[in-house]
Design a protein around this ligand. Structure first.
Ligand code: MG
Length: 363
């Protein structure tokens, strides 16, 4: 199976409501699509969202990395020489994890098609179904309570609540969400690096003292501040998950060895795809550190690849793959089936995607 051509395109998928975090506000998903064509007629699909605020990868940067480095490296290569090919993608340019992720997942898609096995089975095959949380954007407490009621009515048992914009409001926000959700729903929160270490400890302890019952907090402090993350982990009763702090396997091992976090959030757009994400999952498994599989604001192509990884590995115990259910349309034919919180992986070979509607080709 020789790679003959890589086509690039764009898709635009509107969101049901604007997505707001401590870092940004977004109205639609505008992503780059990668199609890897082969001499056997098989096509592998990948997707890269420009999430400059987190990965530094803008649309222009993703296209530049693909056109000037990654595509030149892989055209003419044999998919059967899989591991060397995956390593070439990682080594041909520094950084640019989103562009690498899009190509890496398309290669896994092709390799699975070559041997007629779904990727989640190829990687471990732990289960066929997973349950995702849904994100409640950061707003004033009343609006967040309304969004919570809506999410509960849609059947979600776990809410991921964004906090960190004007931190003095965060305890009130959580009180409003907990009251709207009732006592049985799980509430996890994500500060997206917005707090200082001391502020984080104070707010988290206030939340617990108020009986808000927070499952865990994601990235309370700046991504680079491993010492600050450790400070919070040691002083808060709320478990701490690293997100913006963990891009590479080296980051994951350093955080684990420092005791800087209790949990890790793996996202394909940070790791550069499945190849490195698997290494983080294995490292975490060695130390008994449970992982969440998360996504950026992504459509179903790349989230579908994350679903395959989540279904492959038991160390992934928490799922935050709500990208597709936040969108008002689904341009993807085939792949995993998203029924609100329940996600069922496809048993078709590779990643199971048969096509994507509405691609604007860029070549
Ligand atoms: Mg996060």
């Amino acid at each position: 199976m020789i790679i003959t051509e890589v086509r690039l395109g764009r898709i635009s998928v509107p969101l049901r409501v604007p997505f707001k975090t401590a870092l940004r506000t977004v109205n639609s998903v505008e992503d780059i699509i990668v199609e890897i064509h082969t001499d056997t007629g098989h096509v592998g699909y990948g997707e890269a969202p420009p999430t400059g605020a987190i990965t530094g990868d803008t649309t222009g940067a993703i296209l530049g990395a693909l056109r000037d480095h990654i595509i030149k490296t892989i055209v003419g290569k044999d998919v059967e020489e899989f591991e060397p090919l995956l390593q070439l993608v990682q080594k041909c340019i520094v950084g640019n994890t989103s562009a690498k992720a899009a190509v890496d997942m398309a290669l896994y898609d092709l390799y699975g098609q070559l041997y007629k096995i779904p990727v989640y089975k190829m990687l471990g095959g732990a289960r066929k179904q997973i349950t995702t949380d849904i994100t409640i954007s950061v707003n004033d407490p009343e609006e967040m309570a309304r969004d919570t009621i809506n999410a509960v009515q849609r059947g979600y048992d776990t809410l991921k609540v964004k906090v960190g914009v004007s931190p003095e409001l965060d305890v009130a926000r959580l009180k409003a969400v907990r009251q709207a959700a009732g006592p049985d729903k799980k509430i996890r929160i994500d500060a997206n690096q917005a707090w200082s270490p001391k502020m984080a400890v104070r707010l988290l302890n206030q939340m617990q003292d108020s009986g808000l019952d927070i499952e865990f907090v994601e990235q309370p402090v700046a991504g680079h501040d491993f010492e600050g993350l450790k400070y919070v982990t040691q002083r808060s009763y709320v478990p701490v998950m690293a997100d913006e702090s963990v891009f590479s396997t080296k980051d994951a091992l350093e955080l684990i060895h420092m005791g800087a976090c209790d949990l890790l959030n793996i996202k394909l757009m940070k790791t550069g795809g499945l190849y490195n994400a698997l290494k983080i999952a294995s490292a975490a498994e060695v130390y008994g550190v449970e992982c969440m599989l998360g996504c950026m604001l992504e459509a179903k192509v790349s989230v579908n690849a994350a679903v395959h990884l989540a279904c492959a590995k038991n160390i992934v115990t928490k799922i935050d793959l709500d990208g597709p259910v936040l969108c008002s349309e689904d341009p993807v034919l085939g792949g995993s089936v998203f029924q609100e919180q329940l996600i069922t992986v496809s048993n078709d070979p590779g990643l199971g995607i048969h096509g994507i509607e509405g691609i604007t080709y860029l070549d």
